[in-house]
Write a new protein. Structure first.
Length: 344
């Protein structure tokens, strides 16, 4: 998979923006679905991603906002996968790339307007905030206020979008009748959950489960006791890799001209991931609470030095994360997702 992405990212003058976006998605498939299993590949993934980010725009090389968003989501995903390993690579380059990355990243973050880019970036930044302060590179500690500020801003945007979707789906706010007046009322709960950005079903996980079921059925047909000494972990690893390989292959298979056209019109947000099922607000709150508990002598004065609007937004988000009704709502969404899985 990394090799497929490498061929695309290493030829900036011969590949299109949709090609680079697809390569970024392939790398995110690995980072999101194989956490703890591909440590050895992290340096290469980061090397490829950062090298492509630094290619200047020219007549033959286009580096638009969608492309940058996709590549920076790979970076955020690497931090979520393993922030210590990611910093280890950044600091090992000559010269260290940590400051260069964060300067460029923060210059682009305010352009992130989609759910996926904001959500994945919040998870990545929260993973940095969760780290022990003493293990962070000095340049990161010095800029922790900016990291927290950017994380607060993205989480605030996500929460506002979530609230707007709730208002739109509330029948009491519709003067012409609510969702209950529609002939398509069945399934509206799930549609609203997806619209709120809280329910994203990863097809890769569904395929893995199906693959395992098929393997179990095939195993039942074998003679009793055959293969009983096989390593279960190896079988699970194989299932994961087969699933990822199949998804990668399908991403480049076009049934007709319309599929091909849709591929070339796809953008950096055209993907699903198990990370999008993660409650960004809970991760946000856990990261800040944990940081304050571990290093109050650092984070208390740092928090007090943030702009007043950032402090207010942070406090509002922490209150929202602690709201019991949010936990109930997420539990209901999880129930709907489970029912859909059962139907599949």
């Amino acid at each position: 998979i990394v090799g497929m992405a490498e061929k695309i990212l290493n030829m900036p003058d011969r590949t299109s923006e949709p090609d680079v976006i697809t390569a970024s998605h392939l790398l995110m498939v690995l980072l999101h679905n194989l956490i703890g299993r591909i440590d050895a590949a992290i340096p290469r993934i980061l090397e490829l991603t950062l090298a492509r980010l630094q290619v200047p725009t020219s007549e033959h090389v286009k580096t638009g906002d969608q492309l940058k968003s996709a590549l920076l989501q790979v970076v955020a995903s690497a931090f979520y996968y393993n922030p210590a390993l990611t910093f280890q690579y950044l600091e090992s380059t000559n010269p260290p790339m940590t400051m260069t990355l964060f300067t460029g990243w923060f210059a682009e973050i305010d352009k992130f307007e989609s759910y996926n880019s904001q959500h994945i970036t919040v998870l990545g930044l929260a993973s940095i905030v969760k780290m022990d302060l003493n293990t962070l590179p000095p340049v990161v500690r010095e800029n922790m206020g900016m990291i927290v500020t950017k994380m607060v801003g993205l989480a605030k945007d996500l929460k506002e979008s979530e609230d707007e979707n709730d208002d739109e789906n509330d029948p009491d706010n519709n003067p012409f009748g609510g969702a209950g007046d529609s002939d398509e009322e069945d399934g509206d709960e799930e549609e609203q959950a997806v619209g709120a950005g809280l329910l994203r079903r990863p097809p890769l996980v569904r395929y893995i489960e199906t693959l395992k079921e098929e393997e179990e059925e095939d195993g039942d047909e074998d003679e009793e006791g055959e293969g009983s000494g096989e390593d279960v972990d190896d079988e699970e690893d194989l299932a994961y890799m087969q699933a990822i390989a199949k998804q990668a292959k399908e991403m480049h298979t076009f049934a007709n001209a319309e599929d091909y056209e849709n591929y070339h019109n796809r953008d950096a947000e055209d993907y699903e991931s198990p990370l999008l099922d993660t409650d960004y607000l809970m991760v946000f709150a856990e990261s800040l609470h944990g940081a304050l508990q571990r290093h109050p002598e650092f984070y208390t004065p740092m928090s007090a030095s943030l702009p007043a609007e950032v402090q207010a937004a942070s406090q509002a988000l922490l209150v929202a994360a602690a709201d019991p009704s949010r936990a109930e709502r997420l539990a209901e969404i999880a129930r709907l997702a489970a029912e859909e899985e059962d139907e599949d």
